[in-house]
Write a protein that binds this ligand. Sequence first.
Ligand code: ADP
Ligand code: ADP
Length: 223
Amino acid sequence: AAVLEVDGLVKEYRNGFRAVDGVSWRAERGQVLGLLGPNGAGKTTTMRMLVGLIRSDSGEVRVLGQRVTPGAPVLREVGCLIEGPGHLPHLTGRANLAAYWAATGRPVAEAGLEEALQIADLGAAADRPVRSYSHGMRQRLGIAQAMLGLPELLLLDEPTNGLDPTQIRGLRSVLQRYADAGRTVVVSSHLLGEVEQTCTHVVVMHRGRVVLTGAVDELVAGD
Ligand code: ADP
Ligand code: ADP
């Protein structure tokens, strides 16, 4: 079965605007799937429904066959970075990682925290309070946080925001290794080149609808 199944999702905001208009797709084990589309396409709204941050008007999300709703979060199986990392600003980066890990209920592994700190690439700042961090540092801490305990499914909404080109390359190889280990990554982006370089599969959204899905190497013409 697919790791993530999205089936007929619809979201209309209270002002009557239909941000997501019946989208269906799936992500299989080992894929790095890019959710690609221009700003306003409905990517963040979709991501928010994938983890039960907001309720859909209709349709269904299943992670490992289990239905996701706002009443039934899936923090243990799904690591996510969606709409701001949500840190505790007075705690250090290291303490934030430890606190987040405890909150997920994911199994604790000794090596995990050090690995996450490497991914966050904070250097000595790991022991300083997060309120002193730049946007990029917070973003990297949020990505590291999402990966703690190696959840089956990793969902990152525009993770390259605030990263420099070297850090973007680093993230790319981290995500590819993550999927190569038999896990699944879903990452949103408004940049075609980014999806082409990072992802194995793509779902293209436009105005709340899916307009194209497929394997990146089949969609990108060879020469
Ligand atoms: P819901 O239908 O999920 O309850 P709301 O209409 O209550 O959504 O809006 C939730 C939040 O999103 C509010 O803080 C609102 O200011 C903000 N918001 C409203 N319109 C937009 C928009 N066009 N784009 C982004 N955010 C918006
Ligand atoms: P993307 O992540 O692809 O940029 P979003 O899901 O953030 O797209 O937004 C899709 C559309 O829904 C946009 O037109 C946005 O302005 C609108 N929107 C987002 N949040 C709200 C909200 N809370 N209330 C009303 N409209 C919203």
